[in-house]
Design a protein around this ligand. Structure first.
Ligand SMILES: *[C@@H]1O[C@H](CO)[C@@H](O)[C@H](O)[C@H]1NC(C)=O
Ligand SMILES: *[C@@H]1O[C@H](CO)[C@@H](O)[C@H](O)[C@H]1NC(C)=O
Ligand SMILES: *[C@@H]1O[C@H](CO)[C@@H](O)[C@H](O)[C@H]1NC(C)=O
Ligand SMILES: *[C@@H]1O[C@H](CO)[C@@H](O)[C@H](O)[C@H]1NC(C)=O
Ligand SMILES: *[C@@H]1O[C@H](CO)[C@@H](O)[C@H](O)[C@H]1NC(C)=O
Ligand SMILES: *[C@@H]1O[C@H](CO)[C@@H](O)[C@H](O)[C@H]1NC(C)=O
Ligand SMILES: *[C@@H]1O[C@H](CO)[C@@H](O)[C@H](O)[C@H]1NC(C)=O
Ligand SMILES: *[C@@H]1O[C@H](CO)[C@@H](O)[C@H](O)[C@H]1NC(C)=O
Ligand SMILES: *[C@@H]1O[C@H](CO)[C@@H](O)[C@H](O)[C@H]1NC(C)=O
Length: 838
């Protein structure tokens, strides 16, 4: 048996990086799979590029792999959505006729990943790109429209993953426009070919086709397409943290049916996963096995519902469903403690599943493969995976557990994997297609920005205030109805694999009750009937997002005059009740024009529902960089930060929060997290101050907190800004747009405040109260400088402006900072604190 080193054995540096990612990774690199072939082709790009995972891509220009044979050219995307990673999506190769890439590889199975971002290339209309892709004898895509697929799924881009066996030593991948029309073309942004071990075959003959008694054999002649890969009850796992095959694993919560989320078992570093003899350690990462989802503690509730995930698949294909299990609850060590049934599409896949019986031991992983045929019919079909306690076994608990899911489409008899393009749902206008969760095998890296649970999660939540500072322009619409850009940017919507299902139809039977202590004097009470009317009976088409606390819908109250966001708590979540009350108490006091405001609540029928002012669109980040939007004027940036600082100050000093559980769940983002956290494993209010300091640098420099594509010393904004300040050249890295518009004394004050916020030691950082005071002072400096100079056009930031007490230079000819149209826009900052998972 191979024991896996626990966190304690890993070196400090890795701990640092993993915690930064908010994911506890057990280092097992020595036991990872080592691919012989690892080809990353960034089509149309410059020779060497690095993606956000640090992987090196090479260009296909003059590449030995590009056999060509057709009429092709390369082009950058006409517009790059800020949510789309630049590598490999910034550029594409466009094919006017059949074109082949030929990869000399070792024989054996390969993962082939195709990256598509349906922007306009060479001025062509993305909807005219309808094409097929073949790999060896297999058709991977047929009559494929990336534009239609992403529109229907609400993704910005899409990554398709296939597994094909290469018998000889060449893999040919061919792109071909589907029609002969002159405007028809094919394109691709990136191609990845990585060797993989043959871990998905069913040649042992133990995997039956559901409903039949014959084994379904997946062997060397079978090609597979990955449909989904989930780390159930856990965090996203990026390709770099897979076991050497660069698979992406995603949080499963968006796929859960209704409100029956059950209860998750979080990864615990005391759990030491031991892989059984004969099971390669690279089948799935340790993190998949250390976290899990169970049904919950209440045996009566559990008997009355199914823990169900729903996936949308193409009809007329068979699917391989691999379920990963590992019993990680500390006190479940014996057979017949947790026994359950597994259903696929309402058919029994397994009766009396008992993970301990399978694995012989707790903390030992095991996986089971099932093959299910989805008969032809409507183009797309739901694939249901349900777990239910096996009451007949009279087990100790009535509960179920699942740690991971992988689903693959199996090629049909003609070697085809291509299905019809999904058709966009009619009611798309509520969702901003530009900022949504991308990728077929999943979701964007910033998936954690999904609107989450209650604010009352303590400092972990407060930290996130600094991370999710939302700025909103509510442009008054002039005769223009809501457009795609009208949606809730930054609120990643629920995966579309859940679109047609109503949360209202959840088969949960909650009997829980709680003592109400809600401050009815503080906000409005709504009846459940009002909420149902406002959300069209919880119409999933109105879903804005989903998170630990529950689902968030867009709705209208007061006869359609007020747009609101309605957060419906998950009735099964015990913590939910506490969070619910804290959130109401806190947010109802926290009314500020820069903060998202709570309008009211509903607590009928054991429902926990919160009603907020509808947060319109646009993140602060979006208004700062990588955007087509006009740059945000300096004063507005400052006002946003003052609003956020006020919110944080209030949270630090106002409500009495339960701070005890804070350090256990940290979902920080790379680039924002307090370095002291890594030394002390504890988050404090000063951690928020640190994060806030990074945000201040973001508004000054208009660049992301982390930009892995920059030279090493510049990757982290906080570090780079500190470095520049020491050299006295901070003014050289500020947003060029601000040059001449920011009063030097104001700049000096803000920069100084930001510096202090990101001090290495928490003790050296100011309190949020001090920060707030300093920013308000900075705003006054700006305002008086503007008055004095009547336009501040000449406000150059001079070198060493730190050491000078500068006065704005007067320039009567300078243009004003704010153009007269500015009042057209009302800027509102939204601080959203998402306590995802705590
Ligand atoms: C390639 O296709 C474009 C657009 O159809 C056409 O204008 C061009 O002449 C073609 N070039 C060649 C070499 O066929
Ligand atoms: C499948 O392919 C692999 C590598 O090409 C080879 O080692 C293995 O023997 C093949 N298996 C069968 C059953 O053909
Ligand atoms: C090909 O896809 C397009 C766009 O989805 C669709 O309109 C057309 O009917 C499809 N053609 C075939 C033959 O499936
Ligand atoms: C790959 O494509 C090239 C060019 O079309 C062809 O010469 C070669 O035979 C193909 N190889 C395989 C294995 O199909
Ligand atoms: C495209 O052109 C080829 C050869 O010119 C022809 O055989 C084929 O029928 C045409 N396809 C369509 C859809 O027009
Ligand atoms: C395991 O421990 C939890 C909490 O300590 C308890 O609720 C549960 O009943 C225990 N389960 C068993 C099988 O003892
Ligand atoms: C499974 O059963 C549910 C409830 O009866 C039904 O809504 C759903 O469509 C069924 N799913 C499939 C795939 O048959
Ligand atoms: C759970 O799912 C199975 C299979 O679809 C179904 O027969 C059963 O009635 C469901 N149980 C509940 C409580 O919904
Ligand atoms: C998959 O495609 C291969 C090649 O066309 C074929 O031999 C095999 O039978 C197909 N598999 C299934 C399950 O139809």
């Amino acid at each position: 048996m191979l024991a896996i080193s626990s966190m304690r054995n890993t070196d400090k540096c890795s701990v640092f990086i993993f915690l930064l990612l908010g994911i506890l990774i057990h280092v097992i690199s020595a036991l990872d799979y080592v691919p012989t072939d690892k080809i990353l082709l960034n089509c149309g790009a410059s020779p060497e590029t690095t993606d956000s995972d640090g992987r090196q891509w090479t260009s296909d220009i003059n590449s030995k792999f590009a056999l060509g044979g057709g009429n092709s050219s390369t082009s950058p995307a006409a517009a790059q959505d800020p949510s789309v990673p630049p590598v490999p999506f910034m550029t594409a190769r466009v094919f006017r006729s059949e074109y082949t890439y030929s990869f000399p590889v070792a024989s054996g199975r390969k993962f082939v990943r195709l990256y598509f971002y349906p922007a306009s290339y060479l001025g062509l209309d993305p909807s005219n790109a309808v094409f097929s892709v073949t790999a060896g004898p297999y058709t991977l895509l047929k009559n494929f429209s990336a534009a239609q697929t992403t529109a229907a799924l609400n993704y910005a881009f899409i990554v398709k993953e296939y597994s094909v066996n290469v018998p000889a030593e060449t893999l040919n991948i061919t792109f071909k426009p589907s029609s002969n029309a002159s405007n028809s073309y094919a394109f691709v942004n990136g191609i990845e070919v990585v060797s993989m071990p043959d871990i998905y075959n069913t040649e042992d003959g133990n995997s039956m086709l559901l409903g039949q008694t014959t084994a379904f054999i997946i062997d060397n002649s079978t090609a597979l397409e990955n449909i989904i890969r989930l780390n159930v009850g856990g965090n996203d796992i990026s390709p770099a943290h897979d076991t050497g095959m660069f698979r992406s694993w995603f949080d499963d919560s968006p796929y859960i049916f209704g409100a029956g989320y059950g209860v998750t078992i979080a990864a615990d570093s005391n759990v030491k996963i031991e892989y059984p003899t004969g099971m390669p350690t690279y089948v799935a990462p340790v993190d998949v096995y250390t976290s899990a989802r169970t049904m919950g503690p209440d045996l009566y509730i559990n008997q009355n519902y199914n823990l169900t995930w729903i996936f949308v698949v193409d009809s007329g294909f068979s699917y391989l469903v691999r379920l990963h299990f590992c019993e990680v609850a500390p006190n479940i060590t014996l057979i017949n403690q947790r026994v359950f049934d597994i259903f696929l599409n309402n058919q029994t896949a397994m009766n009396g599943a008992d993970v301990i019986a399978w694995a012989q031991h707790n903390e030992v992983p095991v996986y089971k493969d099932y093959v299910v045929l989805v008969p032809p019919g409507a183009p797309q079909h739901d694939l249901w995976l349900s777990l239910h306690p096996d009451v007949a076994s009279k087990s100790f608990l009535y509960d179920a557990i699942l740690n991971g899911v992988e689903i693959f489409k199996i090629n049909d008899t003609s070697g085809n994997l291509g299905g019809p393009n999904p058709v966009p749902a009619p009611k798309q206008d509520v969702i901003d297609t530009s900022l949504v969760r991308p990728s077929s095998s999943g979701q964007s890296k910033n998936q954690k920005a999904i609107i989450g649970g209650g604010v009352g999660g303590g400092i972990a939540a407060i930290l996130l205030v600094g991370l999710f500072v939302y700025a909103v322009f509510c442009r008054r619409r002039q005769g223009k109805d809501s457009s795609a850009s009208d949606g809730p940017s930054g609120w990643l919507p629920l995966s579309l694999y859940g679109h047609s299902h109503s949360a209202g139809s959840a088969k949960t039977n909650t009997t829980g009750s709680y003592v109400s202590s809600l401050p009815s004097n503080l906000c409005r009470h709504f009846s459940f009937a009002e909420i149902k009317a406002a959300t069209n009976n919880f119409d999933e088409a109105l879903l804005l997002g989903v998170g630990g606390f529950g689902k968030v819908y867009k709705g209208e109250i007061d006869g359609g005059t007020t747009k609101v966001a309605i957060k419906r708590g998950n009735p099964l979540s015990e913590q939910g009740v506490h969070e619910f009350q804290t959130e109401i108490e806190m947010l109802s006091k926290l009314r500020h024009r820069h903060l998202v405001s709570l309008i009211g609540y509903c607590e009928e029928n054991c429902e926990m529902i919160l009603i907020y002012d509808y947060m319109a669109h646009g993140t602060l980040r979006e208004h700062l960089y990588k955007t087509q939007k006009p740059p945000l004027p300096w004063k507005q940036r400052l006002e946003i930060c003052i609003g956020a600082a006020r919110g944080l100050h209030y949270l630090h000093t106002g409500p009495t929060l339960d701070h005890t559980h804070v350090s256990t769940v940290v979902k920080g983002s790379f680039g924002y997290l307090d370095p002291e956290y890594f030394r002390r494993q504890q988050l404090t209010e000063k951690s928020d101050v640190y994060s806030f300091g990074v945000v201040l640098f973001e508004i000054l420099c208009a660049r992301p907190a982390l930009n892995p594509t920059l030279p090493k010393e510049q990757v982290s904004l906080a570090e780079w800004a500190l470095h520049c300040q020491k050299k006295g050249v901070l003014d050289q890295i500020i947003d060029p747009y601000l040059k001449g518009k920011i009063a030097p004394e104001c700049f000096r004050k803000v920069a100084e405040t930001a510096m202090k916020c990101v001090a290495d030691q928490g003790i050296d950082r100011p309190s949020m109260g001090d920060v707030l005071w300093n920013l308000e002072f900075a705003l006054q400096l700006q305002e008086s400088a503007e008055e004095n100079s009547k336009g501040v056009g000449g406000m150059d930031i001079e070198e060493n402006s730190f050491d000078k007490s500068c006065k704005g230079k007067k320039d009567p000819n300078a243009s004003p900072v704010f153009d007269d149209n500015e009042p057209e826009r009302t800027l509102r900052l939204k601080c959203i604190a998402f306590a995802t998972g705590c």
